[in-house]
Design a protein around this ligand. Structure first.
Ligand SMILES: NC(=O)C1=CN([C@@H]2O[C@H](COP(=O)(O)OP(=O)(O)OC[C@H]3O[C@@H](n4cnc5c(N)ncnc54)[C@H](OP(=O)(O)O)[C@@H]3O)[C@@H](O)[C@H]2O)C=CC1
Ligand SMILES: N[C@@H](CC=O)C(=O)O
Ligand code: NA
Length: 429
């Protein structure tokens, strides 16, 4: 008997997955056991690049998740609703689920995994983080005996593609975004990519896998790349950095009582392993004990890469169904019971890069230094870089400082008469 799939969604990832599953030659023999039984879409008239037998494509997605013949529901539609409701219905009907939907998992993971554990089914999500890169299963299995200290990475292909082209070509943000959408990397609404929310969903999921507790998505501090300008990219390069949007989950102290989970554009030293990850590629650096550092690298978005992750999850479930075991596999199931306590961003200790525009007067740099000093902020470098019209441009890099102290100093500096504006504040790795 074949294992029957009900696939919800036939867009970029759905189409890539169907193409992979239909082209079995030279791939794992278990793929022969899979039947694409139903595919749910919004529009029956939209042209499709894959051929499916008549009756397979339907707009009745509820019928798919309620159909007793369907063994595995593969949710590739995106968005919060109706995806969440359909996933829960599939679970309650005893079906295993594969999803690429980080937005749903990061917000409703507790509800979904509790339902899955009660129903004795699995929810697999390799495609939800890092696209084609195997990172979810490695964290759940191959790396799970390590004590994890930090997980940090480039987890959004669209913004990495945009930042890379802005850096290499001096291109305009909006033109590059349009290319990322055309290539199928961006979300249907690219706001989630550009504002760091997609990366926030992904680092929340990685943190829950690595640090063994549920993450309240609202506790994840998220900043996107809208404020990153060509000017900052150029200054960063002169100072020996590249600017990357990083998702970071790390213990802030040695007794592991403080966990920081956040997303923000970051000045990364040019010799750091994440600095050379360009274009749509993603990379996730895991630091654990005793393993040390492991970096997982690969294509973070796009039809084929993401289909690889989706199909590998389907294959794991098919293997499980074929071996007919009724006992839950603890390496596939979710075992979280509690929420992790997340440290507020004001408690983070980090370096900062800041660009000031000031009146061209004597003594401005001295005043900046004094004010920073009053809040315990010590400066690693201060450079008066040039002029923007009548205004002098000053770039400062601090030593490590508690973010709350730094922000207080900035508020005081902002109010100084000689300071026109503070166009950029970026954290430094
Ligand atoms: N694109 C990528 O590179 C990656 C995407 N993902 C995730 O994969 C998922 C799918 O993304 P992607 O393929 O890019 O999205 P698309 O927008 O390309 O495709 C969405 C598909 O779902 C269908 N659909 C959406 N809403 C409904 C609805 N209410 N009722 C019926 N059908 C619906 C659409 O139908 P129709 O075709 O009729 O419009 C379409 O086929 C998302 O969760 C995304 O975050 C994860 C990793 C990478
Ligand atoms: N829009 C996402 C797609 C994959 O998750 C990205 O750009 O990384
Ligand atoms: Na992945």
């Amino acid at each position: 008997m074949t294992v029957k799939l009900g696939i919800l969604g036939l867009g970029t990832v759905g189409t890539g997955t169907v193409q992979l599953l239909q082209d079995k030659l030279g791939r794992h023999p278990l793929l022969q056991e899979i039947e694409i039984y139903r595919v749910g879409v919004r529009s029956l008239t939209k042209p499709r690049v894959v051929e499916l037998s008549s009756g397979v494509i339907t707009t009745d997605l509820e019928a798919i998740v309620n159909d007793p013949a369907v063994d595995i529901v593969v949710e590739l539609m995106g968005g919060l609703e109706p995806a969440r409701t359909l996933i829960l219905a599939a679970i309650n009907n005893g079906k295993h689920v594969v999803t690429a939907n980080k937005a749903v998992i990061s917000r409703f993971g507790a509800e979904i995994f509790t339902a899955a554990n009660q129903a004795g089914v699995y929810v697999m999500l390799e495609a939800a983080v890092g696209g084609g890169i195997p990172v979810v299963q490695p964290l759940k299995q191959s790396l799970s005996v390590n004590r994890i200290n930090a997980i940090m990475g480039i987890v959004n292909g669209t913004t990495n593609y945009i930042l890379t082209r802005m850096q290499a070509e001096g291109s305009d943000f909006n033109d590059v975004l349009a290319d990322a959408q055309r290539l199928g990397y961006a979300e249907a609404d690219p706001t989630a990519d550009v504002d760091g929310l997609d990366a926030g969903d992904k680092i929340a999921i990685l943190a829950s896998l690595g640090f063994d507790g549920r993450i309240n998505r609202e506790d994840v501090h998220c900043e996107g790349i809208r404020q990153v300008t060509k000017t900052d990219i150029t200054y960063a390069a002169k100072l020996g950095f590249v600017i990357k949007l990083l998702g970071i989950a790390q213990h802030l102290d040695t007794d592991n009582s403080q966990l920081s989970v956040r997303v923000h554009p970051t000045l990364v030293p040019q010799n750091h392993p994440l600095a050379s990850i360009n274009g749509v590629y993603n990379a996730i650096l895991v630091e654990g004990e005793p393993i040390g550092r492991v970096m997982l690298f690969g294509p973070g978005a796009g039809a084929g890469a993401t289909a690889s992750a989706v199909s590998s999850d389907i294959l794991s479930l098919v293997a499980n169904l074929k071996t007919n075991t009724n006992k839950p596999n603890p390496l596939l199931a979710c075992r979280h019971q509690y929420y992790s306590q997340i440290t507020p961003i004001s408690e983070l200790v980090t370096r900062f890069y800041t660009r000031f525009l000031s009146q061209d007067q004597a003594g401005v740099i001295g005043k900046l230094g004094t004010c920073f000093g009053n809040y315990g902020v010590s400066l690693e470098s201060v450079v008066q870089t040039g002029f923007q019209g009548e205004l002098a441009e000053i770039v400062v890099v601090t030593h490590d400082v508690r973010e709350g102290n730094f922000r207080q100093a900035l508020a005081e500096i902002q109010a100084m008469e000689s300071i026109d504006s503070i166009p950029s504040v970026l954290r430094v790795l």
